[in-house]
Design a protein around this ligand. Structure first.
Ligand SMILES: *Cc1c(COP(=O)(O)O)cnc(C)c1O
Length: 360
């Protein structure tokens, strides 16, 4: 068996100990005689897995007691519609900050449910920087303010938390949740698809403050009504049981690494290996403003784009995969989530140095 160095943006590499444990437990989970995939979601075995997974997530993020943690289906793209359906609470509009491709998708989807005010935008910079809060035009009557905390495609990340006063802050954290400590109490709602930093696809985590739920639009499907799901421990419909189990193993792994502070240090060190190299190179470059660079998704360009294919081919030959940038931005992108070891990034930089020497 040989495993690649996987720079996929998502679904992404998982910690190897998690995959090994899942393999060991595949046919018989803890003497139950069943795979987790075969368990009733209402049986005591799965209920214990679900409870343990939620407890670990609450512990890692320090989720306050007045927040619900929901394990749903439908992905972050589903949440783009589900958030306004649940959080408008009789208000006519919501504020959105546009920092790139994922923000744009959120805005487009939410427009079906209310008036959207784009209160801040990174458009002038070509989405290579996060617009400063002092330039935002927030509406005090907005139902909420929506941000994408890490733009997976463009590679910009908030390294600060906006202050939206009494208006709830909503964040799509799909691609940087669990990469660093956050203060959950500063958010009204956090959502994230699992397949970047938490587990397999199929699971969407929603963390929402108690007082914001219970006022969903009448058209809201029951399975996507936060209040109904909260009242049913996320089991109004069959939850994505196997994905919840794997997420629980990932949470345990993060805890074993030392928790989110240790994760943040690991991620800073890892990203610095790549950015430091990019900054001194005349051959490769990073298009992103230094203070807004994502520690999770690192887009970079070859100055001579005609060498892109040769670069990717050489990477593939060295077992490094999924380095091609998103079609909307071109170039390269290395996604280096929690599960990517620093050795993986060092191997990439060693290859970049070698390629630069041969082609400069
Ligand atoms: C991957 C991603 C999504 C899309 O998630 P789906 O599971 O495909 O719905 C949305 N937002 C961000 C920031 C992402 O990285």
């Amino acid at each position: 068996m040989s495993r690649v160095i996987n720079f996929s943006a998502g679904p992404a590499a998982l910690p190897e100990p998690v995959l090994r444990q899942a393999a060991t437990e595949m046919l018989d989970w803890h003497g139950s005689g069943m795979s987790v995939m075969e368990m009733s979601h209402r049986g005591k075995e799965f209920i214990s897995i679900h409870a343990q997974t939620e407890a670990l997530l609450r512990e890692l993020l320090g989720v306050p007691g007045n927040y619900k943690v929901l394990f749903l289906q439908g992905g972050a793209i589903g949440q783009n519609a589900i958030v306004p359906m649940n959080l408008l609470r009789g208000k006519a509009s919501a504020d959105y900050i546009n920092t790139g491709e994922w923000s744009k998708k959120s805005i487009k989807e939410a427009k079906a449910y209310c008036k959207i005010n784009v209160a801040g935008t990174g458009e002038a910079s070509g989405y290579t920087a996060i617009p400063k809060q002092s330039d935002w035009k927030l509406d005090p009557d907005a139902a909420y303010v929506h941000i994408c905390s890490n733009e997976t495609i463009g590679g910009v990340e908030y390294h600060w938390t906006p202050d939206t006063g009494a208006v709830p802050l909503v964040a799509d954290m799909s691609s940087n949740i669990l990469s660093k400590p956050i203060d959950v109490s500063k958010f009204g709602l956090i959502y994230a698809g699992a397949q970047k930093n938490m587990g397999p696809s199929g699971l969407t985590v929603v963390i929402v403050r108690d007082d914001l739920i219970g006022n969903a639009l009448p058209i809201t499907p029951s399975a996507f009504d936060y209040k109904q799901q909260a009242d049913n421990d996320s089991m109004l419909n069959t939850p994505p049981t196997y994905a919840i189990y794997i997420a629980g193993l990932v949470y345990q792994w993060v805890k074993d690494q030392g928790g989110l502070q240790a994760m943040a240090e690991h991620n800073q060190k890892k990203a610095a290996v790549l950015y430091d190299y990019l900054d001194q190179s005349n051959f490769f470059s990073s298009p992103i403003a230094r203070e807004d660079r994502s520690l999770m998704n690192v887009p970079f360009k070859l100055k001579n784009e005609s060498l892109d294919d040769a670069f990717l081919k050489g990477a593939q030959a060295r077992g490094m995969v999924q380095l091609k940038g998103h079609r909307s931005v071109g170039g390269m992108r290395a996604s280096i989530y929690n599960a990517m070891p620093v050795e993986g990034v060092k191997a990439l930089v060693a290859y970049m140095q070698e390629f630069e020497k041969q082609n400069a």
